[in-house]
Each structure stands twice: as C-alpha cells, then as structure tokens.
Write a protein that binds this ligand. Structure first.
Ligand code: HEM
Length: 245
C-alpha cells in the first residue's frame, strides 16, 4: 500500500478519508478534499468560496472580502489563458490540476510537500525552528509561530529560492501562511500563533483542527454532526459525493 503522505490512504491514515491527488499542493485544500467537504476534481467557484469562507470564521463584510479574494485566487489557479479562465468561471477550479499552475511556486515555499505531495519531515522540523514555545490557551505549552515569525519564515523561504523564484512568489505567500494563522491560530493579537503540531497534522494527515468544527457548529448547528464526525472519528463510510462544510 502506498504511503499516506503521497496523498493516498494507507493503514495509518485516518479511516475513510477521500484520497487526494498529489497534483493538489495546497495543504488547506487537501484537508477539505480529504474530509469530503469539496470534491477533489472540479469544484464550482461559488461552492469553494462558500466552503472556505465558513472555515475562516469571519463574519459580515470581512467574510465577504475574504470570499472575494478566495474567488479570485481560485479563478486563476488553473491557468491565465482566456479559455482556461472561462472554463474555471463556468465549471470551477480543478483541484487535482493545481500543480504547475500560476500559483505553484516550484520550491519557493516551505518545501514541506515535495512535487509528488510527499511530506518532508526535515522541512517540518525547519518550520518549528522559526517558532518558540508558547502558552496554549487551553493548557500546557507548545511550539508555535506568531505573525512576525511567519514573516521571517516566508522571507527565509523566498531567500533560499533566489535562483528559481518569481517576484510574485513572495506576494503569493501572503495569501497562504498568514491566512492559515488567521484561521487556525491560537491566542489573540500579537501573541496569536500557529501551532507547529497542528501544521504537522494538516500536512501529514490532511486534517484541520477540531476547533474549526466547533466554529462550524456555532455557525450552523444542523451540520454539526456531519462535520464533527469527519473531523474526529472518520469511522463512517467514504465521503462521496462532497459534503458541505
Ligand atoms: C483560506 C484558504 C487557503 C489557505 C489558508 C491556504 C494555505 C496554503 C498554504 C499554507 C500553502 C503552503 C505553502 C508552502 O508550502 O509554502 C498553500 C499552498 C498552495 N495553495 Fe493554498 N490556501 C488556501 C486557499 C487556496 C486556494 C483557494 C487555492 C486555489 C484554488 C490554493 C492553491 C494553492 C497552491 C497551488 C499552493 C502551492 C503553492 C506552492 O507551490 O508553494 N490555495 N496554501
């Protein structure tokens, strides 16, 4: 059986995850696909936008602005030619064909996932080096990166790729790690941090923290059971077709 980290489900993967294509390099989208919240192939832009908007935990105007940015990113993610843009607008984003698209930084990013979606543990350990031990609001302490440390990390990644990077790559990073901090971070203000352990779970197990399920619960109690089931046990039947977040 193939390694779980190549994007297929292995014996140590959470049971009944939807397999994720190695050509989907986004850890966040990989988790949404694995949980069955969106399809792994073509996802209408409105569906993708709504699903991610909900996960951001924003409300009102902030939620709409986040949604607009997500829509635009998804619109261009598979290519910038007029026909491709028309297809994306009409049918949706192809999540299993993101690799080598305009958003693919080809190694200017974290390099935690390689070109075949295998997790590089050494790169996860490197991420941790940019953080410090933090007080977990729910008790104990853990390694995490604040916004400042994430900026230093992204600068270092960009610097490391100086021979191959495109100028836009640094800009693209601002829509990745800082947004992940906003969604999954713990604590408030300057102290808010991204837990290294949770980033590891996201990349390795393709799983978002249960807190996001709780956020979803307070937003829409009716869908609580479905989301909580997927986020925790994954012991039910395979999630296909895609369910709503
Ligand atoms: C709020 C939503 C999202 C978050 C939090 C997020 C977060 C991330 C993160 C943390 C990375 C890893 C970068 C690295 O390894 O250095 C990434 C990569 C990527 N994301 Fe997302 N993402 C989001 C939405 C999207 C959407 C909507 C698309 C396109 C449909 C997308 C496409 C990609 C691609 C293609 C990469 C690979 C870039 C590379 O080569 O490093 N992401 N994302």
């Amino acid at each position: 059986m193939q390694d779980d980290r190549a994007g297929t489900v292995s014996s140590d993967a959470p049971a009944r995850q939807t397999a994720v294509s190695p050509n989907n390099p986004c850890p966040f989208l990989r988790a949404l696909v694995a949980a069955g919240f969106v399809d792994g192939h073509v996802v209408p832009l409105s569906k993708l936008t709504r699903t991610i908007e909900t996960a951001t935990g924003e409300r009102g105007l902030k939620e709409r602005l986040a949604g607009l940015k997500i829509y635009l990113v998804a619109l261009v993610a598979n290519g910038l030619g007029p026909l491709r843009l028309l297809r994306s607008w009409w049918s949706g984003a192809e999540l299993d064909a993101l690799r080598d698209g305009p958003l693919d930084k080809h190694g200017s990013g974290s390099r935690i996932l390689d070109a075949t979606a295998q997790v590089n543990e050494a790169e996860l350990a490197r991420l941790a080096e940019f953080g410090k031990d933090r007080q977990d609001p729910s008790g104990g302490s853990e390694r995490g990166l604040t916004a400042k440390e994430i900026t230093t990390y992204m600068d270092a990644n960009f610097d490391r790729a100086r021979d191959t990077r495109r100028p836009i790559d640094r800009l693209l990073m601002n829509g990745e790690w800082p947004i992940l901090l906003r969604i999954m971070g713990k604590g408030e203000g300057e102290e808010r941090y991204l837990s290294v352990a949770e980033v590891g779970t996201l990349f390795v197990e393709r799983r978002l923290p249960d807190r996001i399920a709780a956020r979803r619960r307070s937003r829409n109690p009716r869908r609580e059971a479905a989301f909580a089931c997927s986020a925790r046990s994954r012991s039910g039947p395979s999630h296909s077709p895609a369910r709503r977040l």
